[in-house]
Ligand binder design. Sequence first.
Ligand SMILES: [Zn+2]
Length: 394
Amino acid sequence: MIHPPARTTRRGDLPVPGRRRPPDSAGAVLRAILDHGPIARSSVARATRLSAASVSGVTASLLERGLIREAREAAGPPGIGRPHVPLDIEAGRVAVLGVHIAVPRTTVALLDLRGQVLAQRQDLHGARDPQSVLTALAERVAALRRRHARRRILALGLATGGWVDAVSGTVVEHPPLGWRDVPAAARLAAATGLPVFADTNSRALLRAEQLFGASTEQARRSAVLLFVGNVVDVAFSTGGVIHQGPRSAAGAIAHLPVEGCCETCSCGRTGCLQAAVSERVLVRRAVAAGLIERPDIHGIVDAARAGSPGAAVLLQERARLVGRAAALLHDLFDPEVLVVAEGGANRLPECLATVRAQLSPDVAATVRASSFPDRVLATAGGAVALDQLYAAPL
Ligand SMILES: [Zn+2]
């Protein structure tokens, strides 16, 4: 049994880097413009059930802040009263930054307000201690901002695995990295001067599905997101609200027991889901079998796509275990959509089919791959910031 180090910080002492605000009417207007833009003010009023005067006031503020723009084409006849100029999201002059901390590497990305990844870079960690990783991240963020200096950066979102307290922006526990009580958002806020928000991989990606995904309607009603990388975590939502839990600890599924796994988990036991399906284990097996040259999950997926039976078997085994976890989650939550963000299912239809095959046939079609298969990590970080923007933009 591994004994975790004693806590050096009480969570109540940690600084609050960014106030998470509940959705407001300005957020409703901005989301209506995201969903339907270019859209006339009168249509925004109908979509949001706000008064014309409220919409007019909010859109004036959103225009002033540079979050929306007036589209060129005028929808009404010229010269009669105020022209009906449609509104759209400003995709050109503003952006957010997304940061993702994985076990072997970091991702730093620039995203526009439609969630499109404009630029990203990935770097392997040097040292893995929080100070080294966050210092290196701040330098990469600064470099990315210099290259895109014409864009105004509104906020920075941070996503990572383990237990993240979204209220204080603290990585409470990340056992594979050995982190505990790291005020990551506050440190990045101090280094960048930006508002910084943090959350888990799965909650971040569920927010992205709700804002920009392939099935936003279902994802906004009820959804489960299962993230599988080197860490495994889950998020679920009903009525558009993602459950955080009073300690921000909801979704810890890493140590779900699975049969036939003899890998040692970060908790010291064997037979945990996270150890059985982690990329680290998969890559080690693929390297040992001579299936891949570069040690990463994408190499295994590429090999399977190129026809390697060994790579396909490894991914199918993982898909079967992931599917059994998905089946359990479906039984618990009965969501309209269950998104599996996993390297194989994201890019190989046969892996998604194996995941689905673990559920009963009448609900198997609710399982989807990520809407962002080639940019999952960049999207996760950015979505944490964009979710805040679309909740309360003013
Ligand atoms: Zn475990």
